[in-house]
Design a protein around this ligand. Structure first.
Ligand code: MG
Ligand code: ZN
Length: 375
Protein backbone atom coordinates (compact mmCIF):
# COMPACT_ATOMS: atom_id res chain seq x y z
CA UNK A 1 0.00 0.00 0.00
CA UNK A 2 0.88 3.60 -0.16
CA UNK A 3 3.16 3.77 2.86
CA UNK A 4 5.20 0.76 1.91
CA UNK A 5 5.48 2.01 -1.66
CA UNK A 6 6.69 5.49 -0.94
CA UNK A 7 9.03 4.72 1.97
CA UNK A 8 11.90 3.52 -0.23
CA UNK A 9 11.20 6.40 -2.55
CA UNK A 10 11.33 8.88 0.33
CA UNK A 11 14.59 7.34 1.55
CA UNK A 12 16.03 7.58 -1.93
CA UNK A 13 14.89 11.16 -2.23
CA UNK A 14 16.26 12.09 1.20
CA UNK A 15 19.50 10.22 0.61
CA UNK A 16 19.70 11.60 -2.86
CA UNK A 17 18.99 15.14 -1.74
CA UNK A 18 21.60 14.79 0.99
CA UNK A 19 24.19 13.81 -1.55
CA UNK A 20 23.18 16.57 -3.90
CA UNK A 21 23.08 19.30 -1.24
CA UNK A 22 26.43 18.29 0.29
CA UNK A 23 28.91 21.03 -0.58
CA UNK A 24 31.33 19.95 -3.17
CA UNK A 25 34.86 20.15 -1.86
CA UNK A 26 37.15 21.05 -4.65
CA UNK A 27 40.74 21.20 -3.55
CA UNK A 28 41.98 24.69 -4.27
CA UNK A 29 45.64 25.42 -4.76
CA UNK A 30 47.31 27.24 -1.85
CA UNK A 31 47.64 30.95 -2.51
CA UNK A 32 51.16 31.97 -3.32
CA UNK A 33 52.81 33.10 -0.08
CA UNK A 34 52.42 36.76 0.70
CA UNK A 35 55.79 37.82 2.09
CA UNK A 36 54.23 40.35 4.47
CA UNK A 37 51.47 38.20 6.01
CA UNK A 38 53.55 35.05 6.44
CA UNK A 39 56.64 36.75 7.84
CA UNK A 40 57.35 35.65 11.41
CA UNK A 41 57.55 38.80 13.54
CA UNK A 42 61.21 39.76 13.56
CA UNK A 43 63.24 39.83 16.72
CA UNK A 44 64.93 43.14 17.34
CA UNK A 45 68.68 43.24 16.92
CA UNK A 46 68.94 46.29 19.16
CA UNK A 47 66.93 47.53 22.14
CA UNK A 48 67.02 51.18 23.20
CA UNK A 49 65.33 51.92 26.53
CA UNK A 50 64.74 55.64 27.09
CA UNK A 51 63.79 56.72 30.61
CA UNK A 52 62.43 60.18 31.34
CA UNK A 53 63.00 60.35 35.07
CA UNK A 54 59.85 61.71 36.74
CA UNK A 55 58.07 61.93 33.37
CA UNK A 56 54.38 61.38 34.10
CA UNK A 57 51.51 62.09 31.72
CA UNK A 58 51.34 65.73 32.85
CA UNK A 59 55.06 66.33 32.24
CA UNK A 60 54.57 65.01 28.70
CA UNK A 61 51.44 67.13 28.20
CA UNK A 62 53.13 70.29 29.48
CA UNK A 63 55.96 69.68 27.02
CA UNK A 64 53.46 69.11 24.22
CA UNK A 65 51.48 72.31 24.84
CA UNK A 66 54.70 74.29 25.19
CA UNK A 67 55.95 73.03 21.82
CA UNK A 68 53.20 74.01 19.37
CA UNK A 69 51.17 70.93 20.31
CA UNK A 70 53.76 68.56 18.83
CA UNK A 71 56.11 65.94 20.29
CA UNK A 72 58.25 63.18 18.81
CA UNK A 73 56.52 60.88 21.29
CA UNK A 74 53.50 61.06 18.98
CA UNK A 75 55.45 58.91 16.50
CA UNK A 76 54.85 55.87 18.75
CA UNK A 77 51.76 53.75 18.03
CA UNK A 78 51.99 51.21 20.86
CA UNK A 79 51.25 52.70 24.27
CA UNK A 80 50.81 51.08 27.68
CA UNK A 81 51.09 51.82 31.38
CA UNK A 82 53.23 50.32 34.11
CA UNK A 83 52.64 50.13 37.85
CA UNK A 84 55.68 51.66 39.49
CA UNK A 85 55.36 50.64 43.16
CA UNK A 86 58.46 49.37 44.99
CA UNK A 87 58.69 46.25 47.18
CA UNK A 88 58.64 48.20 50.44
CA UNK A 89 56.78 51.41 49.52
CA UNK A 90 53.86 52.33 47.31
CA UNK A 91 55.85 55.34 46.10
CA UNK A 92 59.04 54.22 44.41
CA UNK A 93 62.37 55.98 44.12
CA UNK A 94 64.49 55.92 40.97
CA UNK A 95 66.78 53.15 42.26
CA UNK A 96 64.05 50.57 42.93
CA UNK A 97 62.29 51.60 39.71
CA UNK A 98 65.39 51.31 37.51
CA UNK A 99 66.27 47.99 39.16
CA UNK A 100 62.78 46.78 38.18
CA UNK A 101 63.52 47.67 34.53
CA UNK A 102 67.11 46.37 34.65
CA UNK A 103 66.60 43.15 36.64
CA UNK A 104 62.88 42.34 36.53
CA UNK A 105 62.43 42.38 40.31
CA UNK A 106 60.58 44.54 42.80
CA UNK A 107 63.04 45.79 45.39
CA UNK A 108 63.36 48.43 48.11
CA UNK A 109 63.90 52.14 47.58
CA UNK A 110 67.62 52.85 47.31
CA UNK A 111 68.56 49.42 45.92
CA UNK A 112 70.95 49.40 42.95
CA UNK A 113 70.71 46.13 41.01
CA UNK A 114 70.06 44.08 44.16
CA UNK A 115 67.02 42.24 45.53
CA UNK A 116 65.30 42.94 48.90
CA UNK A 117 68.00 40.79 50.58
CA UNK A 118 70.71 43.00 48.94
CA UNK A 119 71.79 40.09 46.71
CA UNK A 120 73.01 41.13 43.24
CA UNK A 121 70.62 40.29 40.37
CA UNK A 122 71.89 40.13 36.80
CA UNK A 123 70.85 43.16 34.73
CA UNK A 124 69.67 43.34 31.12
CA UNK A 125 72.94 45.13 30.30
CA UNK A 126 74.86 42.18 31.77
CA UNK A 127 72.69 39.72 29.83
CA UNK A 128 73.48 41.75 26.71
CA UNK A 129 77.22 41.49 27.38
CA UNK A 130 76.91 37.75 28.08
CA UNK A 131 75.20 37.43 24.68
CA UNK A 132 78.05 39.41 23.07
CA UNK A 133 76.05 42.50 22.26
CA UNK A 134 77.42 46.01 22.61
CA UNK A 135 76.11 48.10 25.51
CA UNK A 136 75.78 51.77 26.39
CA UNK A 137 74.48 54.20 29.01
CA UNK A 138 73.72 57.90 28.48
CA UNK A 139 72.35 60.22 31.20
CA UNK A 140 71.97 63.90 32.06
CA UNK A 141 72.68 63.17 35.74
CA UNK A 142 75.95 61.68 36.93
CA UNK A 143 76.51 58.31 35.27
CA UNK A 144 76.63 56.74 38.78
CA UNK A 145 73.19 58.17 39.69
CA UNK A 146 70.38 55.71 40.52
CA UNK A 147 68.88 55.24 37.05
CA UNK A 148 72.00 54.44 34.99
CA UNK A 149 73.68 52.77 38.01
CA UNK A 150 70.94 50.16 38.34
CA UNK A 151 71.79 48.78 34.89
CA UNK A 152 75.48 48.21 35.58
CA UNK A 153 76.13 48.14 39.35
CA UNK A 154 75.09 46.11 42.38
CA UNK A 155 75.11 48.07 45.62
CA UNK A 156 72.78 48.14 48.64
CA UNK A 157 72.43 51.94 48.65
CA UNK A 158 72.18 54.45 45.81
CA UNK A 159 74.48 57.01 47.46
CA UNK A 160 77.49 54.66 47.22
CA UNK A 161 78.72 56.55 44.16
CA UNK A 162 82.37 55.53 44.37
CA UNK A 163 81.47 51.84 44.75
CA UNK A 164 79.05 52.19 41.82
CA UNK A 165 81.80 53.79 39.69
CA UNK A 166 84.10 50.85 40.48
CA UNK A 167 81.38 48.45 39.29
CA UNK A 168 81.81 49.97 35.79
CA UNK A 169 85.19 48.18 35.70
CA UNK A 170 83.49 44.81 36.19
CA UNK A 171 81.78 45.18 32.81
CA UNK A 172 82.89 45.75 29.25
CA UNK A 173 80.40 48.53 28.57
CA UNK A 174 81.16 49.94 25.12
CA UNK A 175 80.05 53.51 25.73
CA UNK A 176 78.95 55.73 28.57
CA UNK A 177 78.18 59.43 28.64
CA UNK A 178 77.16 61.39 31.73
CA UNK A 179 78.34 63.43 34.67
CA UNK A 180 80.18 62.40 37.84
CA UNK A 181 83.82 62.53 36.77
CA UNK A 182 84.84 63.05 40.41
CA UNK A 183 83.63 59.56 41.38
CA UNK A 184 86.14 58.13 38.90
CA UNK A 185 89.21 60.32 39.38
CA UNK A 186 88.95 62.15 42.73
CA UNK A 187 88.06 59.29 44.99
CA UNK A 188 88.44 58.72 48.73
CA UNK A 189 90.53 55.61 47.96
CA UNK A 190 92.85 57.65 45.70
CA UNK A 191 92.39 55.37 42.68
CA UNK A 192 91.94 56.91 39.25
CA UNK A 193 89.41 54.74 37.47
CA UNK A 194 89.69 56.78 34.27
CA UNK A 195 93.37 55.79 34.05
CA UNK A 196 92.40 52.16 34.59
CA UNK A 197 89.77 52.41 31.85
CA UNK A 198 92.36 53.96 29.49
CA UNK A 199 94.72 51.06 30.20
CA UNK A 200 91.88 48.77 29.21
CA UNK A 201 91.63 50.51 25.85
CA UNK A 202 88.91 53.07 26.43
CA UNK A 203 89.03 56.43 24.71
CA UNK A 204 88.04 58.93 27.38
CA UNK A 205 87.05 62.55 26.88
CA UNK A 206 85.78 65.00 29.48
CA UNK A 207 83.93 68.29 29.45
CA UNK A 208 87.13 70.01 30.54
CA UNK A 209 89.01 69.48 27.28
CA UNK A 210 86.61 68.63 24.50
CA UNK A 211 83.15 69.03 23.10
CA UNK A 212 81.29 65.77 22.65
CA UNK A 213 82.48 64.43 19.26
CA UNK A 214 80.01 63.66 16.48
CA UNK A 215 81.88 60.55 15.34
CA UNK A 216 83.93 57.91 17.16
CA UNK A 217 86.70 55.45 16.43
CA UNK A 218 84.71 52.21 16.37
CA UNK A 219 87.67 50.04 17.45
CA UNK A 220 87.69 51.38 20.99
CA UNK A 221 85.26 51.61 23.87
CA UNK A 222 84.37 55.16 24.73
CA UNK A 223 83.45 57.29 27.73
CA UNK A 224 82.67 61.00 27.96
CA UNK A 225 82.31 62.64 31.37
CA UNK A 226 80.06 65.64 30.94
CA UNK A 227 80.58 67.22 34.39
CA UNK A 228 82.53 66.82 37.59
CA UNK A 229 79.30 66.22 39.54
CA UNK A 230 75.78 66.90 38.21
CA UNK A 231 75.59 68.17 34.61
CA UNK A 232 74.05 71.59 33.98
CA UNK A 233 70.35 72.11 33.37
CA UNK A 234 69.15 72.83 29.82
CA UNK A 235 68.29 76.36 31.04
CA UNK A 236 71.92 76.85 32.14
CA UNK A 237 73.25 75.74 28.76
CA UNK A 238 73.45 71.92 28.71
CA UNK A 239 72.96 70.70 25.14
CA UNK A 240 74.56 67.26 24.91
CA UNK A 241 71.67 64.80 25.30
CA UNK A 242 70.34 64.76 21.71
CA UNK A 243 73.86 64.65 20.24
CA UNK A 244 74.96 61.97 22.72
CA UNK A 245 71.91 59.87 21.86
CA UNK A 246 72.73 60.06 18.15
CA UNK A 247 76.43 59.42 18.76
CA UNK A 248 75.59 56.38 20.91
CA UNK A 249 73.21 54.80 18.38
CA UNK A 250 75.59 55.42 15.43
CA UNK A 251 78.60 54.10 17.36
CA UNK A 252 76.88 51.00 18.74
CA UNK A 253 75.35 50.31 15.33
CA UNK A 254 78.70 50.37 13.54
CA UNK A 255 80.16 47.96 16.10
CA UNK A 256 77.96 45.45 14.26
CA UNK A 257 77.00 43.11 17.10
CA UNK A 258 73.53 44.39 18.06
CA UNK A 259 73.21 46.42 21.22
CA UNK A 260 71.39 47.38 24.39
CA UNK A 261 71.39 51.12 25.13
CA UNK A 262 69.75 53.01 28.00
CA UNK A 263 69.29 56.76 27.58
CA UNK A 264 68.00 58.85 30.47
CA UNK A 265 66.50 62.33 30.50
CA UNK A 266 67.44 62.59 34.18
CA UNK A 267 66.42 66.09 35.11
CA UNK A 268 62.69 66.11 34.31
CA UNK A 269 62.54 64.65 37.84
CA UNK A 270 64.64 67.45 39.28
CA UNK A 271 62.24 70.02 37.86
CA UNK A 272 59.44 68.14 39.65
CA UNK A 273 61.32 68.10 42.97
CA UNK A 274 61.90 71.84 42.56
CA UNK A 275 58.18 72.38 41.73
CA UNK A 276 59.47 74.34 38.72
CA UNK A 277 57.23 74.04 35.67
CA UNK A 278 59.70 75.76 33.31
CA UNK A 279 62.49 73.40 34.46
CA UNK A 280 60.25 70.37 33.75
CA UNK A 281 59.24 71.66 30.31
CA UNK A 282 62.76 72.52 29.09
CA UNK A 283 64.08 69.12 30.21
CA UNK A 284 61.05 67.36 28.71
CA UNK A 285 61.60 68.99 25.32
CA UNK A 286 65.33 68.20 25.41
CA UNK A 287 64.46 64.55 26.08
CA UNK A 288 61.87 64.60 23.30
CA UNK A 289 64.50 65.92 20.87
CA UNK A 290 66.68 62.92 21.81
CA UNK A 291 63.65 60.66 21.26
CA UNK A 292 63.26 62.13 17.76
CA UNK A 293 66.85 61.32 16.81
CA UNK A 294 66.56 57.79 18.21
CA UNK A 295 63.32 57.31 16.24
CA UNK A 296 65.03 58.57 13.06
CA UNK A 297 67.63 55.85 13.60
CA UNK A 298 65.10 53.13 14.47
CA UNK A 299 62.84 53.89 11.50
CA UNK A 300 65.81 53.64 9.15
CA UNK A 301 67.32 50.57 10.84
CA UNK A 302 64.13 48.49 11.07
CA UNK A 303 65.67 46.08 13.59
CA UNK A 304 65.57 48.29 16.66
CA UNK A 305 63.01 48.14 19.45
CA UNK A 306 62.64 51.53 21.14
CA UNK A 307 60.89 51.80 24.51
CA UNK A 308 60.25 55.16 26.16
CA UNK A 309 58.95 55.31 29.71
CA UNK A 310 59.50 56.90 33.11
CA UNK A 311 60.44 55.42 36.45
CA UNK A 312 57.67 57.38 38.25
CA UNK A 313 55.92 60.74 38.22
CA UNK A 314 57.41 63.58 40.27
CA UNK A 315 55.63 66.50 41.93
CA UNK A 316 51.99 65.54 41.52
CA UNK A 317 52.23 67.95 38.64
CA UNK A 318 49.02 69.44 37.18
CA UNK A 319 48.16 71.86 34.40
CA UNK A 320 45.85 74.25 36.19
CA UNK A 321 43.02 76.50 35.00
CA UNK A 322 44.42 79.67 33.50
CA UNK A 323 46.80 77.67 31.29
CA UNK A 324 46.85 78.36 27.57
CA UNK A 325 48.56 76.78 24.57
CA UNK A 326 52.18 77.81 25.04
CA UNK A 327 51.61 79.07 28.59
CA UNK A 328 51.33 76.40 31.28
CA UNK A 329 50.12 77.27 34.77
CA UNK A 330 51.75 74.39 36.63
CA UNK A 331 50.72 73.29 40.12
CA UNK A 332 52.12 70.61 42.43
CA UNK A 333 50.87 68.41 45.25
CA UNK A 334 54.30 67.25 46.43
CA UNK A 335 58.03 67.88 46.15
CA UNK A 336 58.58 64.11 45.94
CA UNK A 337 57.46 61.30 43.63
CA UNK A 338 53.86 60.14 43.34
CA UNK A 339 52.42 56.63 42.84
CA UNK A 340 50.74 57.37 39.48
CA UNK A 341 50.88 54.72 36.78
CA UNK A 342 53.47 55.63 34.17
CA UNK A 343 53.06 55.63 30.37
CA UNK A 344 55.14 53.34 28.14
CA UNK A 345 55.70 53.97 24.41
CA UNK A 346 57.14 51.30 22.11
CA UNK A 347 58.23 51.15 18.47
CA UNK A 348 59.83 48.48 16.29
CA UNK A 349 60.05 44.67 16.28
CA UNK A 350 58.51 43.38 19.53
CA UNK A 351 56.72 46.66 20.29
CA UNK A 352 53.20 45.09 20.39
CA UNK A 353 54.04 43.42 23.72
CA UNK A 354 54.16 46.82 25.42
CA UNK A 355 50.46 47.64 25.03
CA UNK A 356 48.28 47.18 28.13
CA UNK A 357 48.81 47.62 31.87
CA UNK A 358 51.51 45.67 33.71
CA UNK A 359 54.06 45.87 36.51
CA UNK A 360 57.25 47.88 35.95
CA UNK A 361 59.17 44.58 36.20
CA UNK A 362 57.41 43.40 33.01
CA UNK A 363 59.51 45.91 31.02
CA UNK A 364 62.51 43.67 31.78
CA UNK A 365 60.56 40.51 30.91
CA UNK A 366 59.37 41.97 27.61
CA UNK A 367 62.87 43.16 26.62
CA UNK A 368 64.32 39.72 27.47
CA UNK A 369 61.59 38.01 25.45
CA UNK A 370 62.15 40.36 22.52
CA UNK A 371 65.85 39.47 22.49
CA UNK A 372 64.90 35.78 22.87
CA UNK A 373 66.76 35.37 26.17
CA UNK A 374 65.78 33.50 29.32
CA UNK A 375 66.57 34.63 32.83
MG1 MG B 1 67.33 59.18 37.30
ZN1 ZN C 1 63.29 62.01 42.06
Amino acid sequence: MMKRNILPLLLVLLFGSCVVSKPVVVPTPLPSPDPISVAIPKKPRNVILMVGDGMGVTQITAGLYSNNNKLNLERFKVIGFHKPHASNKLITDSAAAATAFACGIKTYNGAIGVNPDTVAVKTILEYAEENELSTGLVATSTIVHATPASFIAHQPQRKMYEEIARDFLKTEIDLFIGGGKRYFDRRVDGDNLLDILKLRGYDIDTYLEDELPTKLDTDKNYAYLTADSDPLTVAAGRTYLPGASKLATDFLHTRGKGFFLMIEGSQIDWGGHANDSDYIISEMLDFDEAIGLVMDYAEKDGETLVIVTADHETGGYAINPGSEMGKIEGAFTSDYHTADMVPVFAYGPGAEAFGGIYENTAIFDKMMKAFGWKR
